[in-house]
Write a protein that binds this ligand. Sequence first.
Ligand code: CP
Ligand code: NVA
Length: 306
Amino acid sequence: MKRDLISMLDVKDDLNDIIALSIKLKRQSKKGKRIEHLKRKTLGMMFEKPSTRTRVSFETGMTLLGGHAIFLSSNDIQLGRGESIEDTALVLSRYVDMIMYRAKSSEAMRELAKHATVPVINGLDNKEHPCQVITDLMTIQEHKGRLKGLQFVYLGDGNNNMAHSYLLGCGIAGMNIRIVAPKQYWPEKYYREEAKKLGITVEITDKLQNATKDADVIATDTWVSMGDEAEKEKRVKEFKGYTVDTMLMSAAKPDAIFLHCLPAYYGYEVTRDVAYGSQSVIFDEAENRLWAQIGIMVTLYRCMFP
Ligand code: CP
Ligand code: NVA
């Protein structure tokens, strides 16, 4: 069966299995064992926005799995000149075994997934960033030994792809979530409601007082996502006070960890002290993009060819 990863809801039933597989393959590979589960397979990687981590971790992941990845910038393929997403999906599906897509819009992402006959993986769109959130949950699992019952706190832009995928990811993992953001940057209702339906406590607030109280995990993301650049000045003003600093960290549980999907803009959403401090796990998190995506690709491929 063809299986895509477009939203966190697509891993509702096997998130823990994917995390466990990712941790297992990470361990095996680090011990020098071969993990070539996708030998001679090819991943097409289509990018409509820039990337450091997503591109390099998917490409390296495919190498470790014994396969190959092709980087396709939308400027260099016919899609950028007006070829339809439908035709692009149908053609690519004749060459490659899986497609990773970083899209400007979630509509384009869904359109590609609808027409591709091979699995499609969302490498970020304007609504969600599921690969990053699966990675983050894997990183929390490694550092805390569990997910269920933890208190997750996200500060900053509550209306972006990371906040939305965190809401769903925490819901699936059984972690309670608090989003602390100026009112105009609260998450879309759909994601709040879906998270609540998964049975967790969802708090959305603009109050900075007690923002990080009882937090096991504190996360943030840029205030200016790709595509929001024109609003930078306005946003910097509106997010004033929402910087994750040592004060906010010290008000959390003493063993709380700090996450950031990166790229980070120090002095804005987080101070450099916190990002490089003893509670920060941001570079473990960045590394885990590689292992989580290995787990994701193997899982989707096994669904297609059991
Ligand atoms: N976190 C993340 O997706 O980074 P890139 O934009 O560098 O891929
Ligand atoms: N919210 C950020 C995530 C970057 C990985 C963006 O969309 O630019």
